[in-house]
Write a protein that binds this ligand. Structure first.
Ligand code: ARG
Length: 601
């Protein structure tokens, strides 16, 4: 997937205060040098990337080749990319960040960072807090539209992906000081409500207040009403009239509608509570009043045409147009989304609108984004704000390779899944004798943190666009790239610190940190890369990058801990600080992934 340029992300009006990620700081130095080296190409952005091979250095500047192709034959003093690289290196301003530089290949400038500077940066984070490492993004307010189940249909494992991925993206943006409007765009409007309401009236003719017990399983209720709709023409007609009454705002119908929504809401709120996910519901019905106005704007610009009795927007390169008013005059998913986009841009003043749904909806989003661009609501260029992004994800598969289901029901209920994860974790803890050491409450809390964390992490660690296989055996394994392994690794670090019997808060104030051993330096550098990884993960909307980072971090820690004695060594203070910094960064990763850390195992 395309990686965003660091420099375009960090430009803000007020730059003085910003330190930014390690990569950004390096980019600043190279920007200066590039300006001095080839003043005639002053708008070139520094291309800074970690070195592929750590033998060459930590980071590399790859601008020489590109610059050579721009300046050659234009009377330049340079005789090839190599001398340009050399000049870039020589023109680099002095900085405490850099230990040494070298030239490799066709003008790559390799940089070895100063280990004292790495240590100093980590010390500073320990004192000032991990919030000071937050990336800076060029937006102030974003909408994350996620989870968004449909009323009267049970949330299933597909909605789990949207909820988990959306929550993580929201958390990363929030950490980056973006104000996030977490929107639950529930499917609470549309023709299916006609049959639901009519069926409700049929079951409760006297109009008594229906509650969840009375209706029972809403999914079954939905199926039963659908069956009535399909089999009885009389019912069907009444259902169709019910839609009209509902849309006209008839009180009796509105009340029935809101009862049905409320029962559904109670169901999915239970799931959000368990997952620790916070959302604000603004369902499809909310945007209904804005549809005529939004369509009017598009119409004024000549975007809407008549086709086969419907009103549509033709999109270049697409075989079928985007229908915005159906033949029967009703609105649909697309008209609601256009109105919602208008609202989010103009009323809520969001600069980035992010939609998290399965990849199957890509076409829908592509089409209505294109319509919005043609209307001038969004800029034509994808790297400009305001921006709309579709975050598509693949299917969840069962171990048989088919769409994830249980034997008894069509889809897997989310709550059952979470229950099972928790109970499996609790059993594992008891097997390890923890019930003799811990209170029942501690046992439950840990089982929840590990169980729910495992479900989330197993989802997030995959590139979201691919399908993944749901397997408790895999996700609850305490070895390999799982939340269980990572949570335990963190708890182990905490126990190292505890066992030293040192006051870590005191050490943070007075202790010094040095990264003498190569494994200490590697770990330290990796810690310092946290900010740029978060920046990349949320700019490109790929949470798996953060998971990958976290897993590698814990591997680096293991290598350090295997090769460097901590407690009782001459370097104890420094190494305890390094342990603490690792634990702090790991905890921040957990937090961004929506996982609750555990402190003892
Ligand atoms: N309710 C839809 C579904 O379950 C997802 C809504 C996504 N958000 C949006 N603005 N279209 O497929």
């Amino acid at each position: 997937f395309p990686r965003a340029k660091a420099s375009s992300l960090t430009t803000m009006e007020n730059d003085q205060e910003i330190v930014g990620s390690l990569k950004h700081q390096l980019a600043k130095l190279f920007e200066e040098s590039l300006r001095l080296t080839v003043p005639e190409e002053s708008d070139v952005d520094p291309a800074i990337a970690p070195c592929q091979n750590p033998r060459f250095g930590d980071y590399q500047c790859n601008n020489a080749m590109g610059l050579w192709s721009k300046v050659k034959g234009k009377g330049t003093q340079f005789r090839g990319p190599q001398p340009i690289g050399q000049a870039i290196m020589n023109n680099l301003p002095a900085s405490e960040m850099i230990d040494s530089c070298s030239i490799a290949g066709p003008g790559f400038v390799n940089v070895v960072l100063s280990r004292h500077w790495i240590a100093k940066s980590i010390r500073k984070m320990l004192v000032d807090g991990i919030e000071t490492w937050a990336p800076k993004l060029p937006v102030k307010r974003a909408v994350v539209d996620f989870s968004s189940p449909n009323i009267a249909k049970e949330m299933h494992v597909g909605h789990l992906r949207s909820t988990i991925i959306g929550d993580t993206l929201a958390r990363m943006l929030e950490y980056s000081n973006v104000e996030v409007l977490r929107r639950n765009h529930v499917g609470d409007w549309g023709t299916q409500f006609g049959m639901l309401i009519e069926y409700l009236f049929e079951k409760f003719p006297s109009g008594e207040v229906a509650n969840d017990q009375a209706i029972g399983d809403l999914e079954a209720f939905y199926k039963a009403s659908k069956q009535r709709f399909d089999s009885d023409p009389d019912f069907k007609e009444r259902a169709q009239r019910a839609v009209v009454s509902l849309q006209a705002g008839d009180e009796k119908y509105r009340k029935a509608w809101s009862q049905i929504c409320e029962i559904s809401r109670k169901g999915y709120e239970k799931v959000y509570e368990r997952l620790g996910v916070h959302l604000e519901e603004k369902g499809e019905s909310f945007y209904n009043p804005y549809i005529p106005g939004a369509l009017e704007l598009l119409s004024q610009q000549g975007l809407i045409e008549e086709s086969e009795g419907a009103r549509v927007i033709f999109i270049e390169g697409k075989n079928i147009p985007l229908i915005v008013v159906k033949r029967d005059g009703g609105y649909n998913y697309a008209s609601t989304d256009l109105a919602a986009l208008w609202y989010r841009l103009n009323e809520e003043k969001a600069e980035w609108i992010i939609y998290v749904t399965d990849v199957g909806q890509r076409e829908h989003f592509e089409m209505f984004f294109t319509a919005a661009k043609r209307a001038g609501w969004l800029p034509a260029e994808d790297d400009k704000y305001p921006k709309a992004s579709h975050v598509g994800f693949g299917l969840v598969l069962g171990e048989d390779g088919k769409r994830f289901r249980t034997r008894s029901t069509e889809t897997v209920k989310l709550v059952d899944l979470l229950d099972e994860a928790k109970s499996k974790c609790k059993a594992a803890l008891i097997e390890r004798g923890k019930d003799k050491e811990w209170t029942e409450e501690e046992l439950d809390k840990t089982a929840e943190a590990v169980g729910y964390g495992a479900v989330k992490y197993a989802d997030l660690k995959n590139n979201r666009t691919t399908n993944y296989t749901f397997s408790f055996d895999q996700m609850l394994n305490d070895k390999g790239n799982t939340a269980v392994y990572l949570l335990y690794a963190h708890a182990r670090i905490c126990s190292i610190i505890r066992r030293s019997r040192k006051d870590i808060e005191e050490l943070k104030k007075t202790g010094t940190l040095d990264l003498v051993h190569p494994d200490e330096r590697t770990l330290g550098l990796h810690l310092l890369q946290f900010a740029e990884i978060v920046e990349e993960a949320c700019t490109n909307l790929f949470p798996n990058l953060l998971c990958e980072y976290l897993y590698n971090l814990s591997e680096d820690f293991t290598r350090f801990y295997t090769n460097c004695q901590v407690v009782g060594s001459a370097e104890e203070t420094s190494r305890l600080l390094l342990c603490e910094a690792t634990a702090v960064v790991m905890r921040k990763c957990f937090h961004l992934l929506g996982i609750t850390p555990v402190y003892k195992i």
